[in-house]
Design a protein around this ligand. Structure first.
Ligand code: SF4
Length: 475
């Protein structure tokens, strides 16, 4: 894969007619966060029903009649597997039966103590239905001594679960939305008709005409019942340390979303402006790599006072490159996906702007395509610092051996990419592109400074064994 893989998107709908249809539309807006599987679980107050499937939402629900999912409470999930292989039983929302009844669980993030907890429970005879880290939470909730009734889930999460989580829990008559105390992943609250909607990104609200109310705070848990919404914190508020994933702004979130106090498009434009100021260069045209590089390229062109043009046209009907399982197939797809408009680059000094540079395979071909079209010089500007470290909080980068910047100097990368210059934005430029205090963001994949103490090797090993990094053949 050339880009980091998206994590997941979660949706919760409470007290809204045709909740399954609302969830479906929201999930459609969140499809960029996960394309491996999708599922919706609905409650009518008495019965819980679900439909899940592999692939894009349109595949998972092909020919399915959503009116079969009756009820006014729903939770939905689009998945990319950061832990647990991509297979039907790992599809979320998980529906599990514990002493308090059925609970549906939708999770975005990565639990850093899941491996240890799972080992502990299995040693005492617990049987797991899936290989995801998300299921561990229900075992923690069900453990004798701290059986979590729907009203004390917060205590379990706050005191026994570590890592990144934006969770939706759905019971027959109740819904809970909760964000980890670092707030790694976004989660927002909206109002729709008689009820409420919770979603990973605000674009989901735009899709259904819901009103954005606010972001759920790091460490905050919202409980939705007939009596209304109750807000509480799962640990003492003075222990909450925001560590928003800065890479959501750089790459993951949709530019039309509002997350972590900023509109993503605006942050990306600021990234481009700061990048242009840090690494000025004389050139004829700024060209974004679509779609991820567009907002930053706009900002770069504005700050550098160089014309912006679209030198690449993306074919939207070609699948995402990372979904292709073999290298040979991927290299062919790059040509299928991006085509150069030759007149835009011919005899020009060109600046290419992409959102990030992880492995470099795609970029090498894009640079070659621009040169083949007659560009005089090709310079690459990247609006995030070099990726050198793994993420333990829900993002599946390439292994360290595949991270280009972890293994090569800038000069070596320029040589490999056959490019005239390569420059990255600094950490300061990155953080100064947002509105929140600089210490409110996680930048670990760039700096190696992890906001949670010692992300242990066992957890990473667990990801390697259980997750997509494992070479695993699905039947
Ligand atoms: S390590 Fe990187 S990708 Fe992971 S949460 Fe931190 S900033 Fe985001």
């Amino acid at each position: 894969m050339d880009k980091p893989k998206e994590e997941c998107g979660v949706v919760g709908v409470y007290n809204v007619n045709k909740a399954s249809e609302v969830a479906y539309l929201c999930m459609h807006a969140l499809q960029h966060r996960g394309q491996e599987s999708a599922g919706i679980v609905v409650s009518d107050g008495e019965n819980i029903t679900s439909k899940k499937g592999m692939g894009l939402l349109s595949n998972a629900f092909a020919n399915f009649d959503l009116t079969k999912l009756k009820g006014k409470i729903a939770t939905g999930h689009v998945r990319y597997s950061t832990t647990g292989a991509s297979k039907p039983q790992n599809t979320q929302p998980l529906v599990l039966d514990y002493s308090e009844g059925l609970v549906a669980v939708a999770h975005n993030g990565n639990l850093t103590n899941a491996k240890g907890l799972r080992d502990e429970y299995e040693a005492h005879g617990s049987i797991f239905q899936t290989s995801t880290d998300s299921e561990v939470v229900v075992h923690v909730m069900a453990k004798p001594g701290h059986v979590a009734k729907p009203n004390n889930i917060g205590h379990c999460l706050g005191h026994h679960i570590k890592g990144a989580f934006s969770f939706i829990f759905m019971f027959k008559n109740k819904m809970i939305a909760v964000r980890d105390p670092n707030g790694f992943r976004p989660l927002s609250l909206g109002k729709l008709d008689t009820g409420y909607v919770v979603a990973s990104e605000t674009v989901a609200f735009d899709q259904i005409g819901a009103e954005f109310i606010r972001e759920i705070e790091p460490g905050e848990m919202l409980t939705f019942t007939e009596s209304g919404i109750k807000s509480e914190f799962i640990i003492d508020e003075d222990k909450i340390r925001p560590s928003y994933c800065i890479f959501e702004h750089v790459y993951f979130a949709r530019p039309d979303s509002f997350i972590f106090g900023d509109t993503v498009h605006e942050v990306r434009k600021n990234l481009g402006k700061n990048l242009a100021r840090e690494h000025p260069i004389d050139a004829d045209v700024v060209i974004p790599i679509p779609d991820g590089g567009i907002s930053a390229a706009i900002g770069f062109a504005q700050a550098a006072n160089i014309p912006l043009d679209f030198g690449f046209i993306r074919n939207h009907y070609v699948g995402r490159t990372f979904l292709n399982p073999v290298q040979a197939g991927r290299s062919k797809e790059v040509h299928l996906k991006h085509n150069v408009i030759k007149n835009v680059v011919r005899d020009k000094k060109v600046i290419l702007v992409d959102d990030s540079l992880v492995r470099g395979t795609t970029m090498k071909r894009l640079v070659q395509a621009v040169k083949n079209a007659g560009a005089k010089e090709v310079h690459l500007r990247i609006p995030c610092p070099p990726h050198k470290y793994p993420c333990y909080y829900g993002v599946d980068f390439a292994t360290k051996g595949e991270l280009m910047a972890a293994n090569h100097s800038i000069e070596e990368m320029e040589h490999i990419l056959k490019i005239d210059s390569l420059r990255y934005i600094s950490i300061e430029g990155l953080l100064n592109s947002t509105s929140q205090p600089n210490n409110h963001y996680c930048t670990a994949c760039f700096t190696g400074c992890y906001p949670l103490e010692n992300p242990d090797e066992m957890t990473n090993k667990y990801r390697m064994e259980q997750g997509s990094l494992l070479t695993e053949v699905e039947s």
